[in-house]
Design a binder for this molecule. Structure first.
Ligand code: SAM
Length: 243
């Protein structure tokens, strides 16, 4: 039997499944049946999730919007499937305060509010996006966590209660450095473990050279082949923890 396939017998019938079909089957079973953390998507799965979640809750979080803001990146939402995988992986609990830096139209905030997390905070500099985020949240019937909104700059936020900081490439290195400095300052005031999730980690070098942070995991872009990020980067999401 070639190593790239496996034969299954059903009575007198035998079915030969190629390895990638087996892997896809295992991945789907883990994700949808056992609700276990999974990294990766099968073809069309990302698109299906994009349509499903927006329709299910009548949300409007999609699209690309250029933002005219110093050191800010364009608006684009984290793909639902990737977000689901990240949230499952994080095992959020009541002790966690999850902060979405640059929450935009609120997709991440809305989905995090459906977990067992203690508190979700959405921070956004654009008042129109924030308004839309609030509307989107009002359409989520099964939210479990309290949500607070903050109109302002991520680098000015008081992080002293935050335990998880989520970013989907919201800004450049200069702002990211200010955020890291703010986080460090709050560690002196309130010693705790801080976890950082950096999706599309364009300015990851800022975190790499931060002595109080260590990387715990990174997920490759290749795992979610249908989702392309710009500029191309082998890493799609990196996970960090305070030492
Ligand atoms: C790529 S979008 C991410 C949206 C959302 N977090 C998600 O993953 O679906 C980045 C958002 O960050 C916001 N942003 C950029 N710079 C910011 C800053 N300094 N403070 C607060 N928000 C900022 C932008 O307005 C934009 O809505």
């Amino acid at each position: 039997m070639p190593i790239f396939s496996k034969i299954f017998r059903l009575g007198k019938m035998s079915i030969r499944l190629p390895y990638h079909a087996l892997r896809a089957h295992r991945m789907m079973r883990a994700r949808y049946w056992h609700h276990q953390p999974v990294v990766g998507a099968i073809p069309y799965e990302l698109q299906l999730h994009e349509r499903y979640w927006e329709k299910r809750f009548h949300l409007d979080t999609g699209g690309w919007v250029d933002i005219n803001f110093k050191d800010g990146m364009l608006y684009e939402a984290t793909p639902y499937l990737l977000l689901n995988d990240i949230l499952t992986h994080l095992h959020l609990g009541p002790q966690d305060v999850f902060v979405d830096l640059g929450c935009g139209k609120g997709r991440v905030t809305c989905m995090a509010a459906r977990t067992e997390v203690g508190l979700v905070v959405g921070i956004e500099q654009d008042p129109a996006f924030l308004q839309q985020a609030k509307q989107n949240l009002s359409r989520i019937p099964d939210r479990k966590a309290e949500v607070q909104w903050h109109h302002g700059l991520a680098q000015d936020f008081d992080f002293h209660q935050s335990t998880i900081v989520y970013m989907f490439n919201p800004f450049g290195a200069e702002t990211l450095q200010k955020v890291v400095d703010q986080l460090e300052e709050t560690l002196h005031r309130n010693p705790r473990t801080i976890r950082i999730v950096y999706a599309n980690p364009v300015h990851q070098e800022v975190l790499t050279k931060t002595p109080w942070l260590q990387t715990t995991q990174s997920w490759p872009c290749a795992a979610y082949a249908e989702f392309t990020i710009q500029p191309p980067n082998p890493t799609l999401v990196s996970f960090w923890k305070s030492k």
